[in-house]
Design a protein around this ligand. Structure first.
Ligand code: ADP
Ligand code: MG
Length: 236
């Protein structure tokens, strides 16, 4: 047990010491838990994509981040790995409640992220659920309180925040806004603002977008603290 604690401390130290300027190529160069390495290996993820190479070391250090890169560049793992690792390093368990929230614009995207999480996080004992509407809200209400990680669409999440007794976010460590440009395009700006008001200020926020518009920068100002900006521009 003491040995396990020592390993977690060691992992935390190595994350804090990650150098932002170093070039990381493979996932195995990063200070990740053995459980995540196994999940990555079994899913055949070896080399990082460019956004992953730049975003994951920053996010592992606990920094807020705005990452812009086109569709298909690998943004999902760029936030899921730091999210899983953050909870792992805090020895997150069932009793700790909701630790991380991922908000996606549509049900389909939320389901995709959930499938990614089930693959890469399969060795971890964290519980994860989908909150996307279209299903019985009462069934969701029962399950939602037992989850460590929730993948949500904005409208349904806010509905639970307003209506579900015992739905607690006050222990939240990590918030992810995925495809933030599409979230705004679909008219969810007010919903997102209301959600963020319900969340603890002390948290890590990772915001990802395919484009960088003025409204994305406004959302970044509202939701991020002293963020790093990463933009992967396509070479032509
Ligand atoms: P984005 O969110 O930027 O549109 P995704 O996270 O959905 O991109 O990833 C796009 C595709 O690339 C997926 O099929 C995923 O499995 C694959 N992929 C992501 N990261 C890697 C990687 N490091 N190595 C190989 N394939 C990857
Ligand atoms: Mg994506």
């Amino acid at each position: 047990r003491e040995q396990a604690l020592k390993e977690l401390e060691d992992l935390e130290t190595r994350c804090q010491n990650l150098s932002p300027d170093s070039i990381y190529g493979r996932f195995t160069e990063l200070p990740l838990s053995p459980l995540t390495f196994q999940g990555l290996q079994q899913s055949n993820y070896v080399e990082m994509t460019e956004i992953q190479r730049k975003a994951i070391p920053i996010a592992l250090r606990g920094r807020d981040l705005l990452g812009a890169a086109k569709t298909g560049s690998g943004k999902t793992l760029a936030f899921l790995i730091p999210l899983i690792e953050s909870l792992y390093r805090k020895s997150w368990s069932q009793l700790d409640g909701l630790g991380a929230l991922v908000i996606a614009p549509t049900r389909e995207l939320a389901v995709q992220i959930f499938e990614f999480l089930r693959k890469v996080g399969r060795k971890h004992s964290l519980s994860a659920g989908l909150v996307i509407g279209g299903k019985d809200v009462n069934i969701e209400q029962e399950r939602i309180n037992r989850m460590n990680i929730l993948i949500c669409t904005p409208g349904r999440l806010l509905q639970h925040m307003d209506q579900t007794v015992n739905f607690k976010c006050d222990n939240l460590q990590v918030l992810v806004l995925d495809e933030a440009d599409r979230i705004l395009d679909l008219g969810f700006e007010k919903t997102i603002n209301a959600i963020i008001e319900n969340l603890p200020k002390e948290r890590q926020t990772l915001l990802f977008s395919a484009t960088q518009t003025k409204s994305i920068k406004d959302l970044a100002r509202l939701s991020l603290q002293d963020p790093e900006y990463i933009s992967i521009v396509e070479e032509s």
